[in-house]
Design a binder for this molecule. Sequence first.
Ligand code: ZN
Length: 146
Amino acid sequence: MENLKEILGDCRLNHVAIATKSLSQTKGFYESLGLNFSKNEEIVESQNVKTAFASIDEFAHLELLESTSEEGPIARFIEKKGEGLHHLCFEVKNLEGKIEELKLKGVRFLTDKSFIGANNCRVIFIHPKSAFGVLVELSESEKESL
Ligand code: ZN
């Protein structure tokens, strides 16, 4: 593992997010695989969503998303595509700088500006059309972790 620092880039996986109709049932499945979820489920009002996190390794988490309203983005996602993989989240060093850099390359975002998401992280979502069909979230890494 001594060369890990050299092979890692300036971007690392923060979480894989799964849209579900039932947080508790999905949690049960992943718990049976051996993951431990943090006790607190968090409601992100701005997204009409309830989330639960489990650590996968030192850095990466599994995030489960259940809609708190029939109109929320997760409810609409499940209606269109069914339950399943919703997005990947990558941590970058300088979020605002990365957004500017990507905008210059023509990358489209779901919102014009970054905002505060789950766990009080500043985040933004890249439009799936700019990311080969995958909804990609970018978050700002904690200074000491990169
Ligand atoms: Zn996320």
